[in-house]
Ligand binder design. Structure first.
Ligand code: RI2
Length: 311
């Protein structure tokens, strides 16, 4: 990727996503939409192909920041679909604003819909740090339900601490546990709600590493396992057989062994895993809770025309 030809706003956003200063699938989507809008405003001459070429190059650079969360390419493609119109600059700006607004609205709709699944007195288990899952939990709490939440630490980057603090700030009864303690605590859990980095056309969930083993434990205990996923978390290309790349992050995030062991002990750091659809009770979207089997229809409905691949 040619960094030199890309302006600061695009390089900065790319770097912040890569080093996880900007993280969480929804936030990443909104950040790239906003960066593309700001960048388009800096390009004066839009009469020739240069505008289009520059925007496409910027979109490509943003897409390359992290490989797994589909909100990233979906947001870029949605914004750049404005290039195929008579007023490309105007429509890039409009699309970026529309994406950011509808993403925020989707999170609160998911909160309202998902909170209906939570009963008074229940304990919810969540993993990592998901705006959409937190919206479900907060809405249940704000509607007067007396709930408790168990948050996993979410090694290696410990995003569970962010979730625990956000919930405690709302006055929600919050407990933080290490990831390996989930099976010990699952007897106290009534429902699991996690976020989503991508949903495939066959209804599988790609989410933070550890999600799939939690789903398996919930299945064993017959506890509902739900994922909260805006419709832009559905992966259009899985419908044509593409598979999703699981990001492997730097192993230094896990541990730094002393010199003596560096060549002797391998470290692996996959950031996401795949939960098969049979362990998922429902996908909470802004248009309702759909069964995993409904994922194909969502992709067809939302990505058939709107989210065209422009790169
Ligand atoms: P929202 C996060 O990934 C987590 O896996 C989380 O479940 C998902 O994004 C969705 O988050 P990371 O960026 O969009 O921390 O619901 O690797 O906020």
């Amino acid at each position: 990727m040619k960094h030199n030809n890309n302006p600061n706003i695009i390089i900065d956003t790319h770097n912040k996503i890569k080093n996880m200063e900007i993280r969480g699938a929804g936030r990443i989507g909104r950040a790239v939409a906003s960066a593309l809008k700001e960048y388009s405003l800096t390009i004066q001459n839009i009469e020739n192909n240069e505008f289009k070429e520059k925007m496409i190059e910027a979109g490509g650079m943003l897409k390359s920041a992290r490989p797994t969360a589909v909100s990233l390419p979906n947001a870029v493609n949605y914004v750049l679909s404005g290039l195929n119109t008579n007023n490309p600059k105007e429509n890039i700006i409009l699309n970026a604003e529309k994406f950011i607004k509808s993403s925020s609205e989707a999170t609160s709709k998911i909160g309202k819909i998902g909170s209906n699944r939570i009963k008074d007195g229940w304990t919810i288990l969540t993993h990592c740090n998901s705006e959409a899952a937190i919206s479900v939990i907060k809405t249940a709490h704000n509607s007067g339900k007396n709930i408790k939440v168990i948050c996993t630490e979410t090694r290696p980057r410990n995003q569970g601490y962010l979730t625990a603090k956000a919930l405690a700030d709302e006055g929600i009864d919050t407990t933080l546990i290490v990831d390996s303690a989930v099976r010990y605590h699952i007897k106290d859990v009534d429902i699991v709600v996690v976020g989503a980095d991508a949903i495939t056309s066959n209804g599988c969930l790609v989410n933070k590493i550890g999600s799939s083993q939690i789903a398996l434990m919930a299945y064993e205990r017959k506890i509902p396992f739900l994922t909260a996923a805006e419709t832009y978390k559905f992966h259009p290309k899985t419908i044509i057989g593409e598979t999703i790349e699981i990001e492997e992050r730097a192993v230094g995030e896990i541990h730094e062994f002393e010199e003596k062991y560096k060549d002797k002990i391998k470290l692996r750091n996959p950031a996401f895993d795949i939960t098969p659809s049979q362990y998922i009770d429902g996908i909470i979207t802004e248009i309702g809770i759909i069964p995993p089997q409904g994922a194909w229809h969502i992709i067809e409905k939302y990505f058939g025309n709107v989210f065209k691949e422009t790169l």
